[in-house]
Design a protein around this ligand. Structure first.
Ligand SMILES: NC(=O)C1=CN([C@@H]2O[C@H](COP(=O)(O)OP(=O)(O)OC[C@H]3O[C@@H](n4cnc5c(N)ncnc54)[C@H](O)[C@@H]3O)[C@@H](O)[C@H]2O)C=CC1
Ligand SMILES: O=C(O)C1=N[C@H](C(=O)O)C[C@H](O)C1
Length: 246
């Protein structure tokens, strides 16, 4: 069966890449391209919409798709418990619709998050560093926030005390942003695409996990797996790991 796919944020870096991936997939057909100012309407009679826009627009776009009975795969960052609950409430009224929201569709990034959660309880210290292209409008990245949350959750479950840090003075921001007690540092550098390092330390050893997306092509297998998977997953799914059965 051919799935009809609409792309929201079609003029953006990710939107353009998704259109190319959909057009190259034998089992998918492009139903429509939508960007800022366009009326989403019935989304070109799509089965699935793929949404890569901006944090301030994504919730309204997703709610529109759900109301139209169109499944959605969402890569846009900036989701909060409150906005996720609004999606859950909309899905309760449209129980056959599936919404997949994932902070990162690159397989290696999903694995890095999983490995970081596994390693978290064994180390005293942890720091997350994310590195991106300078056109990115949000910081820290959605992936880094999710990584820090997963690490914090695993440390809490294992009763790991707060990481040691004697810093008593210095410039504001020098120790990064605190996400659930985990320091997260954001680098913006021309030439980069999307990268993350997770540093763990204990007496006498460190462990570094690093993932690099050198090209937005790296996100496409995950996005297409999401498109094919979401049609059989009614309700809200957060994270590609659910689709990959990790
Ligand atoms: N989950 C993942 O694997 C990935 C997520 N991202 C996230 O995806 C989002 C988009 O990233 P990029 O494509 O690099 O940004 P971009 O700035 O290149 O593209 C965003 C597009 O959305 C459009 N847009 C803005 N408001 C809109 C609205 N109300 N309705 C429809 N379109 C609207 C803009 O005009 C623009 O064309 C960001 O939040 C980014 O962090 C990016 C890469 C991978
Ligand atoms: O804006 C980007 O480029 C990316 N955004 C996502 C994020 O904030 O985590 C995913 C990936 O890092 C690329």
């Amino acid at each position: 069966m051919t799935l009809r796919v609409a792309v929201i944020g079609a003029a953006g870096r990710m939107g353009r890449q998704v259109i190319e991936a959909v057009e190259q997939a034998a089992d998918l057909e492009l139903a429509g391209r939508f960007d800022v100012g366009d009326d989403l309407g019935d989304l070109g009679n799509a089965d699935v919409a793929v949404e890569f826009t901006v944090p301030g627009a994504t919730l309204a776009n997703v709610l529109h798709c759900v109301e139209q009975g169109v499944h959605v795969v969402v890569g846009t960052t900036g989701w909060t418990d409150e906005s996720l609950n609004q999606v859950r409430a909309a899905l309760a009224v449209h129980p056959k619709v599936g919404v997949l929201i994932a902070p990162n569709f690159a397989i290696g990034a999903v694995l890095t998050m999983r490995f970081a959660a596994q390693a978290a309880r064994f180390y005293e210290s942890v720091e997350v560093i994310e590195l991106h292209h300078p056109d990115k409008v949000d910081a820290p990245s959605g992936t880094a926030v999710r990584t820090a949350e997963l690490i914090a959750e695993a440390r809490r479950a294992a009763d790991v005390p707060p990481a040691p840090d004697a810093t008593a003075s210095g410039l504001e921001g020098a120790r990064g942003a605190q996400v659930d007690g985990v320091p997260v540092h954001a680098v913006r550098l021309r030439g980069l695409v999307a990268h993350e390092e997770v540093l763990f330390g204990s007496p006498g050893e460190t462990l570094t996990l690093r993932h690099d997306s050198y090209d937005r092509a790296s996100f496409m297998p995950g996005v297409l797996a999401g498109v094919r998977g979401v049609v059989d997953r009614p309700g809200l799914t957060v994270g590609l790991e659910e689709i990959l059965d990790l």
